[in-house]
Design a binder for this molecule. Structure first.
Ligand code: N01
Length: 539
């Protein structure tokens, strides 16, 4: 039973989750004098950076962007690496607590299982797994987009006698895989990081791939602490600038289409963007990259040749960087890698193409493929992803005015207003989730844009002695139409991915992110607030 000392059962605001978004809204709401209670399922701060304790976990967003803009934090904090690992990120969260004393308002080990809106009192009734009840006026779900892990229904999974973990449920104390025979199912961002981390140390590695990841070179480097210290004078500008670009980094697409460039110009540009590492190659590419299949194909071919040059075996080249693209580059989330491709040059690494030979079942010793071969392992890594975006909310029994749950409401498609509120769910907000720029932009940038809007909205409600704010159904339908309309102009539907919900069997396939860019999104939500929360009912 968690300590009951640090919780308030009738706060102004109940926040679920103590990762980036939970901490951000907690800090700003507290500064305004509101009582805020945070419930966090994990025993510590960090959200995904607590749960994803798998070997090699590291962020794909570069610094100083992958951080909160709160001066009390960045003034004294120095990142050691351009792309910090999980350990440094955890230290960052502890530093946040040292500076802001956030833990005093957080109840850890406290999982929210249900939340129902009580029409009589206009308050949310929020229930935790251990039987506690809180009755806040406002309810903010800061649960991120990847808090519901997905494990495919493999026959015999419970029979495996070795070590077996999903990447996001990895034991906190770690698992020593040195000299073990390891199987990894999946080749998404989590798998790529596991594979490059453990590849050099295991006795044998078997990777089960369904779709190759178009991984980009990370360009990792140590940060020069003294240089960063001097640059801090620019940090406020850097943080404000993030709201002016499509992806929340200080980086924009080339202002012309590929066809408007010469072959020489584009080659030189691509080489330059590639050398910068990280997402520069994707985000600083020609503006029709995600709109035009021909442009995308050219960009893919450049990527393919870069990767192939690192692989010795022609079979590996074809499996990992196929001659003809399987889907458009960027339509499925590419990840950043450091030594991923070199691992496949090792003699003790096997790549099983599941399209040629699928998984029959998991056995006590390993995994049986459809050709009758039993791959034996000491450990099996399930890097099979998440019921992303919607799953974070639908796994909680959240019911609005009419008693309908979020899971029921979204059973045949997602309906939100501005990707952070829902009709019939008054005073409820969910930053960094479905129908927002979420997966298409730097996490903290999206979180802060939405967090600012939510905090301002609550402040405005309180100052005007209003009880509740709720989206109209018309505004919700309009936002859905905008999300789908913009999405349909892009190439995202040409890949099967969690961006579209198509990674989960039976889930509605649709655009789950707002593809209009963070800058446009910020303008839209600001204008709606300035118009007195147009599209919302206030009472
Ligand atoms: O999950 P994924 P993830 N049989 O869904 C495969 C963030 N993140 O945890 O591609 C066999 O991308 C599936 O195959 P396919 C980031 O936003 C960030 O890796 O569907 N295979 C795929 O290869 C990321 O995008 C960071 O054909 C099956 C894999 O499992 C998001 O989280 C690090 C299968 C799942 O990949 C999710 O990444 C980690 C089946 N039945 C995560 N079902 C950083 O910032 C699924 N697969 C560094």
């Amino acid at each position: 039973m968690p300590a009951l000392s640090n919780w308030n059962n009738e706060p102004d605001v109940l926040v679920v989750g103590a990762g980036f978004s939970g901490i951000y809204v907690l800090h700003h709401l507290r500064k305004l004098g509101y009582s805020v209670q945070v419930f966090e399922a994990a025993p510590q701060l960090g959200g995904v950076w607590h749960w994803n304790a798998y070997p090699g976990a590291r962020v794909d967003s570069e610094n100083p962007h992958y951080a909160l803009s709160i001066p009390e934090i960045w003034e004294g904090w120095s990142w050691k690496e351009r792309f910090p690992g999980q350990k440094e990120l955890r230290e960052y969260f502890e530093y946040i607590d040292q500076k802001l004393d956030v833990k005093k308002n957080i109840s850890f080990n406290t999982r929210v299982v249900a939340a129902h809106f009580d029409v009589e009192t206009s308050r949310w009734v929020v229930k935790t797994e251990d039987g506690r009840v809180a009755r806040p006026q406002f309810f903010i779900l800061c649960v991120g987009f990847a808090s519901k892990p997905y494990t495919p229904d493999f026959k015999g999974l419970d029979k495996f006698e070795g070590i077996c973990h999903h990447t996001s449920q990895w034991p906190q104390e770690g698992v020593d895989l040195t000299n073990k025979r390891v199987g990894v199912i999946g080749t998404g961002a989590s798998a790529v990081q596991v594979i490059q981390e453990i590849g050099p140390h295991v006795s044998h590695l078997t990777v089960f791939q369904r779709t190759p990841n178009y991984a980009l070179a990370m360009g990792q480097r140590k940060l020069d602490v003294e240089r960063e210290r001097k640059r801090k004078v620019l940090y406020p500008t850097i943080f404000r600038r993030q709201f002016q670009t499509p992806t929340g980094f200080d980086i924009e697409p080339v202002a012309k289409t590929l066809s408007a460039s010469t072959p020489e110009e584009r080659l030189l540009h691509w080489e330059d963007a590639w050398a910068r590492g990280g997402f520069a190659f994707l985000l600083n590419n020609y503006k029709d990259l995600m709109l035009d299949e021909n442009t995308n194909r050219e960009v893919y071919n450049f990527w393919r040749d870069k990767v192939r040059a690192r692989l010795h075996d022609p079979r590996m080249q074809e499996k990992l960087a196929p001659t003809i693209a399987i889907h458009p580059l960027g339509a499925k989330r590419p990840c950043l890698e450091q030594t991923y491709y070199e691992v496949f040059n090792q003699p003790n690494v096997t790549l099983v193409d599941l399209n040629e030979c699928g998984i029959s079942e998991i056995t006590s010793k390993g995994l049986l493929t459809e050709d009758g071969f039993e791959h034996e392992f000491d450990a099996l890594v399930l890097a099979t992803g998440f019921d992303s975006l919607t799953g974070s909310l639908t796994q909680i029994d959240i019911r609005g005015i009419d008693g309908v749950s979020i899971a029921e409401k979204w059973a045949n498609g997602v309906y939100t207003n501005l990707g952070m509120t829902c009709a019939n769910f008054p005073n409820m907000f969910f930053p960094y989730n479905a129908q927002a720029p979420t997966a298409f932009c730097n996490g903290p940038s999206c979180i802060e844009a939405q967090g600012n809007w939510i905090v301002d909205c609550i402040k405005s409600m309180k100052e005007n002695n209003l009880t509740a704010i709720c989206s109209t159904s018309e505004a919700e339908a309009d936002w859905r139409a905008q999300v789908m309309g913009i999405g349909d102009l892009t190439l995202y539907s040409k890949a099967k991915s969690w961006y579209m919900g198509s990674n989960i069997p039976g889930k509605t396939v649709e655009h789950l992110n707002y593809a209009g860019g963070l800058h446009t999104y910020c303008n839209i939500i600001t204008e709606i607030a300035e118009k007195g929360y147009e599209g919302f009912r206030l009472y």
